[in-house]
Design a protein. Sequence first.
Length: 278
Amino acid sequence: MATEFNRVALSVNAHPDDAEAWNAGVLKLLHDRGYKIVIATMTGGDLGGCNMSMEETARLRFGEAKAAAAVLDAEYYTMGGIDGSLFDSPEIRLKLISLMRKVRAGIVFTHLPNDYHPDHRATAAIVEAAAMVASLDPVPVPEKPLEVTPLLYHTSPLTLSDPLGSQLTPPHFFVDVTSAVQTKIEMLGKHQSQLDLMKHMHKIDDFFGYVLEGEYEHALDDEPVKQYEAGDTFYEPSGSVHRVARNPSAKTRTRLLAVILHARDAKGSEYDFVYVLK
């Protein structure tokens, strides 16, 4: 007899807006198939604000995360870890086990263990450990153990590389979320504070790209995917959702020259940089 898993999908990520970028498409597909969706973050994203305290930032981002979760009729929880200083511990594992049991999770999504961000890596370790024992009686939390160990999936968006282009673990499979892109965009749009943060941190107004070598596929917001060749240029206006960025060839590399424009009164140096998409 096949094992029956609860039709509850729990996405556990490090920060508010991570679920939207990493696995909201899959969550939308599951939602449409009758699954209950639950989104949790290990931190409140306390460092992700402009000109406000960590407490004020956490309150703002909690509201944004709740609004994004509501797009999928989802519940939202935060585990209370400190943004930028998230570490595995027995206490935070037990807190997550309690949540897994409370919502009766059948499927759990989280970051890759070798993700570029230290908070993401810590989250992956915590989630793996919690999911492993969430069905065991001796675990000292009051909630009833899960009937079976939940299915655990590590997810990664788009290009399967870290910000510098290094290859991450090849996926076991891909999920086509084309039909869910509008939902991802809507959910990401709830996190207005993060657009403000990116402008504050990087003083970014607009972005220009030039294909130095190979081919490049690119799409913003709900626009169709466009393909560029060596010598072509492309443009990203400030505030765009960067939906697709990939090398379509499995045999040749792509090299891009990316130019970020700063505001005239921005402090700090302007810079160009080159990405290599392998």
